[in-house]
Design a protein around this ligand. Structure first.
Ligand code: ATR
Length: 279
């Protein structure tokens, strides 16, 4: 049976099988999506031999996204910008790579807040790692005007500025509180607030009352940071939608159907997150 998979190491916690197998069943496609634990030294071989395997593609998760970028035969502009591939697919036996993390964020935002417009807006991003880079790229693609970045390590912000140019500016942690009154979107892209990690301590007292506040963390489904934003009356966006929406394009590339992110799918994956959370 044809299939796709997700590769990573360790990989036990991946929710991608739940998402893709839900869609395979929903659209009546006779295929299976599996977890494949692949160690770092086997990634190149796994990806380059995909054309002769039973897989028609794969997702790539931490820590293999950069290796996948090096190994695939061709990448699109988005993956090149990020230097990381999260979705691998075959075209005429050529191994192709793309990255859907950024579009996963913007699609999630559009679905949950359909009247929110990014054009001309100023966003503030907390964090400057791979997730931040993907989201900044997608926000600029959608017409955001300025993106302030708050990060513990300044050199990483400078690297983002080099890559994206003057639309990206650094916000010193010391003045971040005053800057928050000017933004329309605030996004946590760090792992702070994730289960087992301390919460994100960002002071929100000056935050623009109508700013949309988002977190990419989805374990728990609502972080303390988001709860604090919601308690102030700000609209919020949790991280689970990004996970679901980043999966859409891979499914379409492999199986030829653009799948829908439904409330039913959201609840299915949310229940799984909660079940593991309660253990
Ligand atoms: P990812 O690819 O998932 O974005 P990453 O590249 O490791 O992961 O980036 C994680 C981001 O979270 C970084 O911006 C990191 O800050 P540094 O650049 O200073 O390392 C930020 N981060 C993670 N844990 C943090 C913490 N406890 N306090 C502040 N920032 C943190």
């Amino acid at each position: 049976m044809k299939g796709a998979c997700v590769i990573g190491w360790p990989i036990g916690h991946s929710r991608s099988p739940l998402i893709h197998n839900y869609w395979l069943k929903k659209y009546g496609i006779d295929a299976i999506y599996e977890i494949q634990p692949v160690e770092a030294h086997k990634v190149a071989e796994f990806i380059s031999t995909l054309p002769s395997s039973r897989f028609i593609g794969c997702n790539v998760t931490i820590p293999h996204k950069e290796t996948a970028f090096e190994v695939v035969s061709t990448v699109d502009q988005v993956a090149r910008r990020l230097g990381a591939v999260n979705t691998v697919y075959l075209r005429n036996k050529t191994v192709c790579g793309t990255n859907t993390d950024g579009e996963g964020f913007t699609a999630s935002l559009k679905q949950a807040h359909p009247f929110f417009r990014l054009e001309g807006k100023t966003a503030i991003i907390i964090g400057a790692g791979g997730a931040a880079k993907a989201i900044i790229g997608a926000l600029l693609d959608e017409g955001a005007e300025g993106i302030g970045v708050i990060n513990r390590t300044r050199t990483r912000v400078q690297n983002l500025q080099k890559q994206f140019g003057r639309s990206v500016f650094e916000i010193d942690e010391a003045i971040a509180v005053s800057q928050l009154k000017n933004c329309e979107l605030l996004v946590n892209t760090t792992s702070q607030g994730m289960e087992g990690q301390p919460p994100l301590e960002q002071d929100l007292q000056n935050l623009n009352p109508s700013a949309l506040v988002a977190d990419i963390v989805y374990t728990p489904l609502e972080t303390v940071f988001l709860q604090r934003a919601r308690d102030r009356g700000n609209p919020t966006l949790g991280g689970l939608g990004m996970l679901l929406h980043q999966a859409v394009r891979g499914f379409e590339l492999w199986f030829g159907v653009k799948p829908e992110v439904t409330t039913e799918l959201y609840e299915l994956v949310a229940a799984d997150v909660q079940r593991v959370h309660q253990q």
